[in-house]
Structures are given as C-alpha cells and as structure tokens.
Design a protein around this ligand. Structure first.
Ligand SMILES: Nc1ncnc2c1ncn2[C@@H]1O[C@H](COP(=O)(O)OP(=O)(O)OP(=O)(O)O)[C@@H](O)[C@H]1O
Ligand SMILES: O=P(O)(O)OC[C@H]1O[C@H](OP(=O)(O)OP(=O)(O)O)[C@H](O)[C@@H]1O
Length: 207
C-alpha cells in the first residue's frame, strides 16, 4: 500500500475535517493533541498529515509534497492552482460577500475595495462592469470602511456577527464557500486506488 500524505488546514477547518476522516473509518487517534507538531504519522494507516496554514494547503498539493489536501473553496478560487478538486465535503460553510457602511454608494471614480481575496474581488467587479482599486489586507478587513480606507470590503461572512458588531451591512452575495478535497494530478494517477478509496469513504460521510 502506498503512503498517503494529506495536507490538513490548521485552524477552523481542522476539527470538522479530522472528524470526517474518523467517521470514514480511518484508524486515527480520537483526539489530536494540540501540540506544536506540524507532522503527524499514522503508520497503521500509512497516512502522514502535514498541518498547514489554510492558504498554503493548495501549494503543498500542487507541488506534490502532499498527495491530497483539504482546502476552502475561497482559497481555491483565489489561487487557481493546478490541483484536482475531488469532493465537496460541505464543512466549514460560509460565503463571500461585499459589505460596507449602511446607505453608502461607491465612489464613482475607482472605488476602493479592501480584501484578502484580490482575485475573487477583481473578477467579481469586472463581471459587473465596475472598475475598482483593490487594497489587499491580511485580516481585520471590516476596519477598512470604518476608517475610510475603502468603500467596500469583500470578505467571508459566516454568522454575520463581525459585520454587525462593526456597523457594516452586506451589499452583494458573491459565492458560497465550503471545504473541498483536492489532489495532486500525478498522485491521483500514481496512487489512484488509495485516493479513490478515500473519496468513496468520505463521500458516505458528507452531510
Ligand atoms: N467565519 C469564517 N471566517 C473565515 N474563514 C472561514 C469561516 N468559516 C469557514 N471558513 C473557512 O475556513 C478557512 C479559514 O480558516 P482559518 O480562519 O483557520 O484560517 P485563516 O483565515 O487563514 O486564519 P489565520 O491566518 O488566522 O491562520 C477559510 O479558507 C474558509 O474556507
Ligand atoms: O460572519 P462571522 O461569523 O462574524 O465570520 C466572518 C469573519 O470571520 C473571519 O475573520 P477571522 O476570524 O478569520 O479574522 P481575520 O480575518 O480578521 O484574521 C472573516 O474574515 C470575517 O471577519
């Protein structure tokens, strides 16, 4: 049996994704001790997990150092990497929307859009015929309209709490997001049996 290296996103997605693998019947420790270890070997299953930043999972998979990985659709849309998307796990669901201060229109000349997702935002505004200036931030995006850095933000919305607590309203829905199982194209060919078995088992656990 080939060894399978799986890139797992640390943070929000990890628990739900790991739970799905347990439900799919993989013989893994019930709980992963939250240590600082970034690699986890499961010799009984011939699986090796690498624990990566969510934005980096497709990088490991594209380069083939991980055979498969779990990544948010937001990250996949933003990065457009050469990976196969195998399965929608329907976990860590949320959506991407534009938001801003209530009752405001966008500046007519080059409105400014703050976002962690420059490509998604650019594509969206291009699609609706708006020429915008993108201001790329790495977090706390909701600050931007409040302090006059941008007319709108393009960001993830889950419960809507962050928008509400910062006095912002949603303007346009852009796209739904959930986590996806992705594979390196060469691994998919070379380790097809193992990957297809994993997809079949996970498919049964998708809710
Ligand atoms: N409310 C949410 N906010 C952000 N991401 C969410 C949310 N709900 C689900 N997600 C999913 O989780 C992923 C982000 O996970 P997480 O917040 O752990 O990483 P991150 O934003 O890169 O955080 P950090 O840079 O702080 O590690 C997103 O890519 C998205 O697919
Ligand atoms: O609709 P909600 O349930 O409030 O969730 C959405 C918020 O969560 C995420 O931020 P995160 O906690 O990852 O912080 P950061 O992007 O500011 O680092 C996202 O960027 C939104 O700000």
């Amino acid at each position: 049996m080939n060894e399978l290296t799986i890139a797992m996103p640390k943070g929000r997605i990890f628990d739900e994704a790991y739970q799905m693998l347990l439900e799919a019947g993989f013989n893994l420790p019930e709980e992963v001790e939250m240590s600082r270890k970034l690699m986890l070997e499961i010799p009984e299953e011939k699986i090796r997990f690498i624990l990566a930043k969510p934005m980096d999972v497709p990088v490991y998979v594209e380069h083939g150092v991980a055979d498969i990985g779990i990544a948010g659709k937001d990250v996949l849309l933003e990065q457009q990497r050469q990976v196969h998307e195998l399965l929608d796990l329907k976990i860590s669901t949320c959506y991407i929307a534009s938001a801003g201060l209530p009752n405001t229109t966008m500046n007519e000349i080059a409105p400014r859009i703050a976002t962690k997702y420059p490509n998604i935002a650019m594509k969206y505004y291009k699609g609706i015929g708006e020429q915008v200036e993108i201001i790329e931030l790495n977090g706390s995006i909701e600050l931007a309209p409040m302090i006059g850095l941008a007319d709108r933000i393009v960001d993830i919305v889950s419960t809507g709490r962050t928008l509400k607590e910062n006095g912002l309203v949603e303007y346009e829905f852009i796209t739904d997001v959930s986590s996806r199982l992705i594979a390196n194209p060469v691994s998919y060919r070379m380790k097809g049996d193992r990957i297809i078995d994993l997809v079949k088992r996970l498919k049964k656990c998708v809710k």
